[in-house]
Design a protein around this ligand. Structure first.
Ligand code: UTP
Length: 297
């Protein structure tokens, strides 16, 4: 029987240089989409998929992330006294059961593969999810939940995948598909950031993974590759070489690259418009802005 996926790793030790100077003192994952930090979207998605153990790989300067998941007795007492039940409810999702969350330090940003490797002892010998919080996915059924359901059928390793244009493949890990079964695609290889014109397909890997413990062993044996970093993609590709299955999963939903400024702004607009209490006013404002811009051109 396939083991259930109950642990998720959140690699949050990157430097976030694309958001400097903000990320000099604010972790990228604490940056706010409407009224919630990016990390909250990731945690909500993990919970919806049945994750009960949350493993953060952090680095220097990320203490705001740890504080975020703590209780704040003074704030709660004040809200309770003022009868602000809605705000108290909003805080509920930020709490973690004692023992459900663990932090592991990555001492040097040697790459995503190295960050996941840092969590190996906490993961142990079971399948686990990896969520990159800067990939925010708007979906009716949360992306990781879709993947866990598909994984229950397939087993093996599974990576979230989406079609990108030819010009963009060199920014992603890219799958070499073997058999395309619709949502699920079996693979014969994958390559991190292929040089322009050399990508095996347009199916790019984005920041959701379900991985077997074999990948942790592979991480012991990888060398720095794209960008001089230890790449998670290389350790997953070793599974394919070992004749074990790696599947791409075409999720239903819209992914925003909140690790880039343009992606973050797009997400802010999309999530702002989708909010019941804001959508109408914000939509009117955007229409006016666009009309004014067009008139000025
Ligand atoms: P990115 O490639 O987005 O890097 O990492 P970054 O450092 O966060 O941002 P930029 O490019 O400098 O702006 C993808 C994910 O992998 C994590 C990051 O925190 C992010 O969630 N990561 C990356 C680590 O945890 N450790 C690393 O050594 C590298």
């Amino acid at each position: 029987m396939k083991k259930r996926v109950t642990k998720a790793v959140f690699p949050v030790a990157g430097l976030g240089t694309r958001f400097l100077p903000a990320t000099k003192s604010v972790p990228k994952e604490i940056m706010t989409l409407v009224d919630r930090p990016l990390i909250q979207y990731a945690i909500d998605e993990a919970r919806a998929a049945g994750i009960t153990e949350f493993i953060f790989v952090t680095s220097r300067g990320k203490s705001a992330l740890e504080d975020y998941f703590d209780h704040s007795p003074e704030l709660e007492a004040k809200l309770r006294k003022d009868g602000k039940t809605e705000l108290l409810e909003a805080l509920e999702n930020t709490y973690m059961e004692s023992g459900a969350i663990a932090y592991m330090r990555q001492h040097k940003p040697l790459g995503l593969g190295h960050a996941v490797w840092c969590a190996r002892r906490l993961i142990g010998n079971e399948p686990f999810a990896v969520i990159l919080p800067d990939d925010v996915i708007a979906a009716e059924k949360p992306c990781l939940q879709q993947m866990v359901e598909a994984y229950e059928e397939t087993g093996g390793c599974m990576v979230a995948a989406m079609e990108v244009s030819n010009e963009k493949t060199s920014s992603y890990g890219v799958l070499d598909p073997k058999e395309d079964m619709g949502s699920i695609v079996s693979t014969r290889g994958m390559v991190e950031k292929p040089k322009p014109g050399t990508a095996p397909s347009n199916l790019a890997v984005i920041g959701r993974y379900i991985l077997t413990p074999d990948v942790l062993h592979n991480l012991n044996n990888i060398e720095p590759s794209a960008g001089g970093e230890l790449q998670l993609t290389d350790a997953i590709a070793m599974e394919i070489e070992a004749k074990r299955e790696v599947y791409g999963y075409r999720f239903r939903g819209q992914r925003f690259d909140c690790g880039s400024k343009a992606g973050f702004l797009q997400a802010t607009v999309a999530f702002g418009l989708a909010r019941e209490e804001l959508g109408a006013e914000f939509g009117d404002y955007l229409r006016e802005m666009v009309a004014m811009r067009n008139a000025a051109q």
